[in-house]
Design a protein around this ligand. Structure first.
Ligand SMILES: Nc1ncnc2c1ncn2[C@@H]1O[C@H](COP(=O)(O)OP(=O)(O)OP(=O)(O)O)[C@@H](O)[C@H]1O
Length: 339
């Protein structure tokens, strides 16, 4: 039974974004988004996560008003904006490509929306400087986009989106164009800025790691539907079904006495485990990952499993490819799945 909602005062709401049975069908196509309902609490970091084609970007674009809604309602700050213009929604979108104006300096790019509103130059530059400072780009304010690195351009794009004072910032794969080192750095920055401003960020990503690291609310999508929405820890530890277990955690999904369970790879062992469940298997691959080592094994039916063990445990008695081992886990590490 869902918990009863406390009464909401006029105009106030606990949620920055609400999607009520929202669907999207493109002309002549199947449903790209299929009757999704979601509530994103105030001032939260929400990631929409799922494989290519699952409907993440379509959902984000419907929030922004860049795509029409076929069915259902979109509410921002308790206001129904389903048919409202993008500029009247209180959202701002930051694109994957940054899309900076090449002929404008970082400062003028950041100040752009204020110029459109007719704000005087001195005032808009002062405001733009404030936001460039927030994204730690004030020292490069007079550079042109071509003189900035990808990560720096992205910070300017972020300042340009935030200067409109959105209630909700929408980010479409914002980190995917960055190298892995910068990606982790910018990820920390995004979270810092979201916390500092106290607004909601809705961030589309393919990356499980990114979603788990950033999110107050992870929304896992597949085939236009929401498979699970919850805290990072909940979707990792208590996946609702086999898709979430495999996609988010890379967990093993195993049939145990007619039930489907997921078992985290880091809870599995490839040695005999007293009292645990044991599967005779053969080592098929070994991946060194620094602090952990991932070991893939195959049972006699060809079904694959994997264990993730600490490097110290691995090197104490390293198995080799082709070795016959026992893949095991403890019953208390099984999480029962719905499907
Ligand atoms: N303009 C369009 N016209 C027709 N079909 C579209 C259009 N845009 C998206 N689709 C289809 O809608 C579905 C969802 O697409 P969407 O871009 O939302 O997925 P996604 O999860 O963001 O994927 P990716 O991670 O690859 O960007 C896909 O099957 C896609 O082919």
């Amino acid at each position: 039974m869902p918990e009863a909602e406390p009464p909401v005062e006029d105009g106030a709401t606990k949620y920055d974004v609400e999607l009520v049975a929202v669907s999207k069908s493109y002309d002549g196509g199947a449903k790209a988004v299929d009757t999704i309902s979601l509530r994103i609490p105030k001032a939260s970091y929400c990631c929409l996560l799922g494989p290519s084609g699952c409907g993440k970007t379509t959902t984000l674009r419907m929030l922004a008003g860049h795509e029409s809604v076929t069915d259902g309602d979109v509410l921002i700050h308790n206001r129904n904006v389903t048919d409202g213009a993008p500029s009247a929604r209180g959202t701002s979108m930051m694109f994957q490509s940054y899309a900076l104006f090449p002929h404008l300096s970082a400062l003028d790019n950041a100040a752009f929306s204020l110029k459109i509103k007719g704000v005087k130059k001195a005032e808009r530059h002062a405001k733009a400087m404030e936001f460039l400072k927030l994204v730690q780009m004030d020292h490069l304010a007079h550079r042109m986009p071509a003189q900035l690195s990808g990560g720096q351009q992205q910070r300017v794009a972020l300042a340009r989106s935030l200067i409109t004072r959105p209630k909700v910032l929408l980010l479409d794969e914002p980190l995917s164009a960055l190298d892995p080192f910068l990606r982790v750095l910018m990820r920390t920055e995004l979270k810092r800025i979201q916390t500092e401003l106290g607004i909601t960020f809705v961030h589309v990503t393919h990356s499980q790691e990114e979603a788990l690291a950033l999110s107050d609310l992870v929304v896992v999508m597949s085939d236009g539907q929401i498979m699970q929405a919850g805290s990072a820890r909940d979707v990792f530890e208590k996946p609702s079904n086999a898709f979430v277990a495999k996609f988010i955690g890379g967990h093993n999904v195993i049939d145990v006495e007619g039930r489907k369970v997921s078992v985290r790879a880091d809870k599995c062992r490839i040695v005999q485990s007293v009292g645990g469940t044991n599967i005779p298997a053969e080592v098929t691959n070994i991946e060194y990952q620094g602090p952990m080592v991932r070991i893939l094994v195959k049972d006699s039916d060809g079904k694959e499993y994997h264990a993730q063990i600490s490097d110290s445990r691995f090197f104490a008695d390293p198995p080799v490819i082709g070795e016959k081992v026992t893949f095991s886990w403890m019953p208390e590490d099984e999480w029962r799945l719905a499907a």
